[in-house]
Design a protein around this ligand. Structure first.
Ligand code: ZN
Length: 287
């Protein structure tokens, strides 16, 4: 091989390997959509951002909406610039352009995390409800889709009439993995004790392309349903991957390496990439 060509090929190889190396190392861009919520979004969104940024996998920014009742037309996050959108939003409708851009993002393979009360939002937005899979409150009822819960170890789709969404009093509860093969739950214990939290129940929705990864028993003594309610789920919509966690009512009760943070980050990584590379920390709770 002539020297100039050989030198050129060597340079090209070095350049390519350098770019592959830098791509592998570049953090994944995530956007947390927040600004209106019936929860303390100022605290929760910053905690989510911290967990993402300190994971070594993501770099996370906040998109803070105008306040309730204000003009929403200027709120148009550039969803397509990110690989992960974390929904920490439960408030006024976005403008049509923002709605369209979000659906386009998910359809084209964008990753989404539906966090806690984000599954309360936008009852009348059909596609949003398909993306969250299950929702609650805002007078959701049997016209929104079945209740989904576990009975005798199997997922039940219950079309009986009634309102969707409620919860008993906050308490510690056991989480049970129902899909041990999914990348998000594969290395987790079969069950563990979750720190004090709300436990959503009676969620209902389209539940299309929905997999329940883990449930928690909603005891009647704490004001619950007496059912095994879904707490971690995945949904696919178009080419998009969605991870839905009902956990994390108040992130002041959550800790790094704990049940909420670990499941949140595993779900976030899977939604963004289809894989989970994170190890379970040694201190993760076991039953
Ligand atoms: Zn809550």
């Amino acid at each position: 091989m002539k020297r100039p060509i050989k030198n050129f090929l060597t340079c090209l190889t070095l350049l390519l390997s350098a770019s592959v190396f830098s791509c592998a190392k570049a953090p994944i861009k995530a956007l947390i959509v927040t600004g209106q919520n019936n929860h303390n979004w100022e605290v929760n969104s910053v905690a989510l951002q911290k967990y993402l940024n300190e994971s070594g996998i993501f770099t996370a920014e906040l998109a803070i909406s105008p306040q309730k009742g204000e003009d929403m037309s200027s709120f148009r996050p550039d969803f397509s610039a990110y690989k992960l959108i974390v929904l920490d939003y439960n408030g006024d409708a976005w403008c049509d352009d923002a709605n369209r851009a979000f659906l386009e993002y998910v359809k084209n393979g964008g990753g989404v995390v539906v966090y806690h009360a984000a599954d309360n939002a936008f009852r009348n937005w059909k596609e949003y409800n398909e993306i969250i899979g299950l929702g609650g409150w805002e007078n959701r009822d049997e016209t929104d889709g079945p209740y989904v819960y576990f009975k005798d170890g199997k997922a039940v789709r219950d079309t009986s009439s009634g309102l969707g969404g409620s919860h008993g009093k906050q308490h510690e509860y056991a989480i049970v993995v129902r899909d041990k093969k999914h990348p998000i739950t594969k290395d987790l214990p079969e069950s563990w004790m979750h720190s004090k939290d709300e436990l959503y129940d009676r969620l209902r929705g389209p539940a299309k392309n929905l997999t329940v990864l883990a449930t928690a028993y909603s005891a009647e003594e704490t004001g619950g349903t007496g059912r095994d309610e879904p707490v971690l789920m995945t949904i696919t919509w178009g080419k998009g991957r969605i991870f839905h966690t009902v956990l994390g009512h108040d992130t002041r009760w959550t800790v790094e390496g704990g049940s909420f943070a670990v499941t949140f980050l595993r779900g976030a990584e899977w939604a963004a990439t289809g894989k989970v590379t994170r190890k379970i920390p040694d201190g993760f709770p076991r039953k």
